[in-house]
Design a protein around this ligand. Structure first.
Ligand code: MD3
Ligand code: FE
Length: 219
């Protein structure tokens, strides 16, 4: 896409407006933009206590996305399986506390999308470098699928894909930019979803990286 059109597309994409993606799923374009620097500073502080690491899947593959967590529990994977733990296996310490700014953003976004009263207790932080990707999967390690999931995109843009409750359901693509917030609840909570390989680029706040916060009520 020529640069002028890419720029105009980003402008249209940052109006804070809400765009339905499916039943119970909505993108709030640019909702986190005013808090971008603060959110990134909070990620740095969390990573200083609980470093980003590339985890191993139960099948023995090293994930291309690097991860860390904050909150009461953190999502991990190793040869034994996928699960939430109260302690970071790399440091032996509890995960860093969830910053108030994460909690406030998640509550406000969930309420705007029709899920008033959402209080996340776990936040997975994903870090993508060029080429990193997440193959389509469902988020099924939480206790109650009645709660929505809120995701916050920061840094380089990525192409997100999402389908339906069956692996064979067709996948749709949506481009997510710095500051976009997505809420997945109701019938969309168990949709298959993934992220295509990150394209190289340079973002003024994150350099050659994308970060994604996934705020969940896990317990
Ligand atoms: C749709 N992360 O960590 S967030 C994950 O951009 C994950 O890093 C992606 O998928 C990322 O599990 C996507 C958006 C997202 C998160 C949870 C969902 C979309 C979802 C749950 C149900 C449906
Ligand atoms: Fe997911």
């Amino acid at each position: 896409m020529p640069y002028i059109w890419a720029t105009m597309q980003s402008l249209f994409d940052t109006d804070g407006g809400m765009e339905a993606l499916g039943p119970g799923a909505a993108v709030l374009r640019g909702r986190a933009l005013p808090r971008g620097e603060a959110l990134l500073a909070a990620i740095d502080a969390i990573a200083a206590a609980a470093p980003f690491r590339r985890m191993t899947t139960p099948g023995g593959f090293e994930m291309s996305v690097a991860m860390t967590n904050c909150g009461l529990g953190g999502w991990i994977t190793d040869r034994k399986g996928y699960r939430y733990t109260g302690v970071d296996p790399e440091t032996g310490r509890p995960w860093p506390a969830m910053p108030a700014a994460f909690l406030a953003l998640a509550r406000e976004a969930a309420a705007a999308a029709g899920f008033a009263g959402f209080v996340p207790d776990a936040c997975l932080i994903n870090r993508y470098e060029p080429g990193a990707r997440l193959s389509p999967h469902q988020d099924k390690d939480e206790a109650d699928y009645g709660h929505p999931i809120v995701s916050v995109s920061l840094g380089l843009p990525a192409t997100f894909q999402f389908g339906g409750p069956k692996r064979s359901d067709p996948l749709r693509k949506v481009r997510l930019h710095h500051g976009d917030v997505v809420v997945w609840g109701g019938p969309s909570r168990l949709a298959h979803h993934g992220v295509l390989a990150l394209k190289d680029g340079e973002h003024p706040l994150t350099g050659r990286r994308r970060f994604n916060l996934t705020l969940r009520k896990a317990f």
